[in-house]
Structures are given as C-alpha cells and as structure tokens.
Design a protein around this ligand. Structure first.
Ligand SMILES: NC(=O)C1=CN([C@@H]2O[C@H](COP(=O)(O)OP(=O)(O)OC[C@H]3O[C@@H](n4cnc5c(N)ncnc54)[C@H](OP(=O)(O)O)[C@@H]3O)[C@@H](O)[C@H]2O)C=CC1
Ligand SMILES: O=C(CO)[C@H](O)[C@H](O)COP(=O)(O)O
Length: 476
C-alpha cells in the first residue's frame, strides 16, 4: 500500500478538519485517534477525500503507514495528554521523525519537550494553529517554533494548508523551541482583549442605548465595512442576528453571561507580568471572564446595590455617539495590539528567539481568529520600523490614536457615569494617558517606598542622593 507523507493524531474538532485540509491539498495522510470510534466516523464521513486518508486503529499501524522520516502532527487536548501521547508514540518512531504538537500548549511545556528530544534522533516542533474549525478546514494561520532545519522539512505541506492573504501564505517559522506557542498564546491574549472590548461596546448599545440584538447586529454590520473590518466584528454581527430555535428569541439573549476560558489568556497575562510588560487590555479581559463566571455573586450583589441610573448618551439621534463607539473600539484595539506586540518583543529578547514582528503581523492577516484589515496596517508599520518600542508611536498609529482617543474618552466617561462596566476600554484609555505623560506620579510611590523600606530613589537632577529626609519609617 502507498504510504502517507504525513500523520495526524487527534480527530477532534481541530484535528479532523486539519486532516481533511491536508488531504484536500493532495497530501496522503495517516490518521489515529485515542478512541477508535472517532477514527471510523471521520473516515466514513471523509467523502471523496477518503482516498487520501489511511485510517489507523493502533499506533503501530499508524506509524507503519507513514513514509519515514515521518512528520506527525499531534492535535489533542493540551497539557498532560500531549506528554502521554508522545510517550506512547515514541517506541514506534525512528531516527529523523518529527513530532509536531499543534495544540494550544503552554510554551514552557514546549521548551521542555523540545529540550528532552534535542539530543535524541527525534525532533520536536511546537506549532500554534489559529482559525477554529473553519480555519483548520480551509486555511489556518500557523505559527511554527523549533529548529530551522525541522521547519524546512514541513514547510511545503504547512504552506499548502495555510490561509493566504493576497496570495501570501499565513505560516512562518518564528524561532527556536517555544517561539511558535508563545506567539500563539499572545495571539489568544489579544483575542481575549478584542472580544472583551467588543462585548463592552455591546453592553453600552444594549444597556445604555437600549438597542435590541438585531439592531446591534446592524451596527456591527456597518462597522465591519469600515476601519473595524475583521472576523470578530463579522461574527458578532452574525451572532447578534441569530434566533434561538427553541424560544424564538435572539440567541444571545438566552446565553448565560458566564464566559469560559482554557488558559491561553491567563498565560499571556502571567508571561507579560514575568517580562515586566504592561498588558492591561489582556489583564482586563481575563479578569472580565473571571467576574463573568461569578454569576451568582453578581446577582446577589445587584440585589444589594441596585444598578446606577444610565445617563443620556451624547448625540441627539444617537448617531454621533455611534461614531464615537466605533472610534473608541478602534482606539482601544490599538492599545491591546500594541501591548501584545510589546510582550512578544520582550519575550524575544528574553528567550533569544529573534521574533520577526512584521512576519507575525503578516501571518495573522488571514486564517486566524483576530484576522483583520487592521493587521495589514500593523504589518506596514512594523515593516517600516521592526524595532519600534511601541506600535502606538509609529507614525501611522500615532495619527490613528490622535484621531480616535477623544472618542474613547467620551465613551469611557459616559459609560462610567452610567455604571456600565468597561474595564478593557478604560484600561486602554488609561494606558494611553499614562504612556504619553512624560511626568507621572511614581515619584510619590518611590518616596513612600523609601520612607517605609529605605528602598532609595533616583533624583530628577541627577544629584547623587538616594534617600529622603524622613529617616527610618519606624521613627516617623
Ligand atoms: N477548538 C478551537 O477553536 C481550537 C483549538 N485549539 C487547540 O487544539 C487542540 C485540540 O482542540 P479541539 O480539537 O478543539 O479539541 P476536541 O475536544 O474537539 O478534541 C480533543 C482531542 O484530544 C484527544 N485527547 C484528549 N485527551 C487525550 C489523551 N490523554 N491522549 C490522547 N488523545 C487525547 C481526544 O481524543 P478522544 O476522541 O479519544 O477523546 C480528541 O481527539 C487543543 O490543544 C486546543 O486548545 C487550537 C486552536 C483552535
Ligand atoms: O485557540 C483558540 C482560538 O484562537 C481556541 O478557540 C481557544 O480555545 C480559545 O481560547 P478560550 O477557549 O480560552 O476562549
């Protein structure tokens, strides 16, 4: 029997679609799933692609079905399952085989797995894949980490299955060991911020302007034709227009307001903190999901405090305020993306990855969940100045911020006066206001630290005097 040129383990949502994508691009693929019923079902439903697929029910059979040296994609639940699966697979592998973890791994696990195998005859690639079900099937964005040699061995097949933006493939080798999974984690962190900010704007439209879900859908539909054009805005329009087949009500109105999370948002925040980078939009988004899940506590608190009176939204016919909302979302989005890229720049230095910022922006323009026109603008900004300290000071984005920050200020202040929670939008505004103010207020914090802990401070006049005249805090 003709052998496959690639193998894939894990026929869940992502793995089965990725396998069909690989088969459709003319690659013969062997597949295996822990539970064999899933393999049988997958093969039975593969239709005309079945001829390109070799379904296997044991790992021995699976490995034998792939031509050596074997590239094997592992697309299963992240964490311990990946270690378990690799351990079960390894005895069957031979020199030169590559295990490619394509799930949402923590990059620290990826570095550990990479290091464990680096002096062995086997190779490990940690690869972030974004695009959900549809992306996996028709073209995801793929972020690869590992040795450049191992990348070259899988470049052709990954390029064939990736999304394309104006013909350019949305796949790239980003650096050694955990680089790909780190970038995927920050992609998801930005995704969290983007989604939280959209949800906050939805809250203002629903609870401030009292618009119905179908009315809000139209607003997002209009915005999707402008500068906010993106996949997340597009699906927001669609989600808000859908009706619940059971109750006939708008679907969103019958969905419990408690968001799930699987870890990548939280890891983004942890890593940003570890690297000393302010990622306030992602922090606000993760905290927003945590608070959202405390449904019972929130319901009880509403009984105690009630809700503040909503103030009139500025603008006589609501129109100019809608323009403000659109611009506010754009301004806040700039802050979140600037923060995400700043985290990656710091990680690149820390881990010696040499992450290519223009390339990362490029491969996010299509295929992934945060894909947008906006990322093409980020690509141009980083191409002109790849080492810029912060996206918001690049000429194009500085101008955009200047055009939109007034709207963000009006929207945040109106929401605050109405008691409508906007933690991510407000964090973006505070981030701008802090970042652009040459003289901040940390002089007071330094004085306090010196007072109670003799921590010392630097002086603005450069005079070498590092303690204040307050003596020990104990004597004060
Ligand atoms: N869904 C999405 O939008 C995206 C998901 N991802 C990531 O892709 C990976 C797969 O996600 P998804 O396809 O959604 O998940 P699913 O829940 O649809 O599928 C999970 C898969 O993992 C397998 N699995 C679970 N535990 C083990 C184990 N201990 N050993 C071997 N196999 C195991 C399951 O096998 P079995 O049938 O036997 O249970 C199944 O094939 C995850 O890391 C996820 O974070 C990445 C991008 C987008
Ligand atoms: O990687 C993804 C999208 O890019 C997955 O859909 C992921 O599950 C999203 O994260 P969470 O489940 O925490 O919202």
């Amino acid at each position: 029997m003709e052998q496959a040129e690639i193998g894939l383990i894990g026929l869940g949502v992502m793995g089965s679609n990725l396998a069909l994508n690989i088969a459709e691009k003319g690659n013969k693929i062997a597949v295996f799933n822990r539970t064999p019923e899933a393999t049988r079902k997958f093969y039975a439903e593969a239709g005309e692609l079945a001829g390109q697929i070799i379904p296997c029910e044991t790992l021995e059979e699976f490995v034998a079905a792939i031509r050596p040296p074997r590239p094997i994609i592992i697309m299963i639940k992240a964490g311990d399952p990946v270690d378990q699966q690799m351990k079960l697979l390894e005895p069957y592998l031979s020199s030169g085989d590559i295990m490619i973890d394509a799930g949402n791994a923590n990059f620290r696990d990826t570095i550990r797995r990479f290091d464990t195998l680096k002096d062995s005859p086997l190779t490990f690639i940690g690869m972030g894949v974004s695009g959900g079900e549809e992306g996996a099937r028709h073209g995801p964005s793929i972020m690869v980490g590992g040795t450049e040699d191992s990348w070259k061995r899988v470049e052709k097949v990954l390029t064939s299955i990736s999304a394309k933006f104006n013909g350019e493939p949305c796949v790239a080798w980003l650096g050694n060991d955990g680089a790909g999974h780190f970038v995927k984690t920050i992609h998801n962190g930005i995704e969290y911020a983007d989604m939280q900010m959209i949800a906050e704007i939805y809250g203002i439209l629903r609870d401030g302007l009292k618009l119905s879900a179908p009315e809000i859908s139209k607003v997002f539909g209009r915005w999707n034709e402008g500068r906010l054009n993106s996949y997340l805005i597009e699906i927001t329009e669609k989600v808000l227009a859908a009706n619940d087949p059971i109750s006939g009500k708008p679907m969103v109105d019958v969905i419990l307001d408690a968001a799930g999370q699987k870890g990548t948002g939280k890891w983004s925040v942890i890593e940003a903190q570890n690297l000393g980078v302010a990622a306030t939009g992602i922090e606000a988004a993760v905290a927003g999901r945590v608070l959202s899940s405390q449904k019972e506590e929130r319901v009880a608190a509403e009984k105690i405090f009630g809700l503040p009176q909503t103030v009139a939204m500025p603008g006589t016919d609501g129109l100019s305020f809608l323009d403000d909302l659109e611009n506010a979302l754009l301004a806040a989005k700039i802050a979140a993306y600037a923060q995400g890229f700043a985290v990656m720049a710091a990680a690149s230095k820390e881990y010696g990855w040499n992450l290519p910022m223009p390339t990362i922006a490029k491969i996010w323009r299509a295929g992934c969940i945060i894909r947008s026109q906006f990322l093409d603008e980020i690509t141009s900004a980083f191409t002109k100045d790849p080492d810029v300290a912060n996206l918001i000071v690049t000429p194009a984005f500085a101008q955009l911020v200047q055009e939109t920050d007034g709207a963000l200020r009006r929207v945040v202040s109106t929401a605050v006066m109405s008691g409508l929670p906007v933690p991510a939008l407000a964090s973006a505004l505070s981030y701008f206001d802090t970042y652009r103010r040459g003289r901040g207020t940390a002089n007071l914090i330094q004085a306090q630290r010196d007072f109670f802990g003799a921590h010392g401070f630097d002086r603005v006049d450069g005079v070498d005097k590092h303690h204040g005249p307050w003596g020990s805090g104990l004597n004060a």
